[in-house]
Write a protein that binds this ligand. Structure first.
Ligand code: FES
Length: 116
């Protein structure tokens, strides 16, 4: 089943937004030219990843403490920064081991579809 998510032209400059779908609310965007949809809750302290941004390295960055996630695998690839930076490795090795849920997305004629 294919479910329309949004047109890529409607994505904000952050490269990611929140979309309510049959699978629940997802963080949907485009990273390095590839569309993605992942569960939107950061594994650290539940930041809303749909309010984050796609970083230069193609990872989805949390708006609260800048942990980064690989949108293809859902893995936390960088722990939280700022005041939490001394704990970044510990967070990544504990809460961060629970990957975000990833969903198949395809782009057709500038529109993203959930392909479930
Ligand atoms: S809540 Fe996401 S990095 Fe802290």
């Amino acid at each position: 089943m294919s479910e329309r998510l949004l047109a890529t032209a409607d994505l904000p400059d952050s490269g990611v937004t929140s979309v309510d779908t049959s699978q629940g609310r997802l963080a949907v965007g485009v990273a390095d030219g590839r569309p993605f949809a992942v569960s939107p809750v950061c594994r650290h302290l539940r930041g809303d990843l749909a309010k984050g941004h796609v970083a230069d390295d193609g990872c989805l960055e949390c708006p609260l403490h800048a942990a980064r996630f690989d949108v293809a695998t859902g893995a936390m690839v960088r722990g939280p920064q700022g005041a939490f930076k001394p704990l970044a490795g510990v967070v990544k090795g504990t809460m961060g081991r629970m990957r975000l849920k990833t969903y198949p997305v395809v782009e057709r004629d500038g529109v993203l579809f959930l392909d479930v």
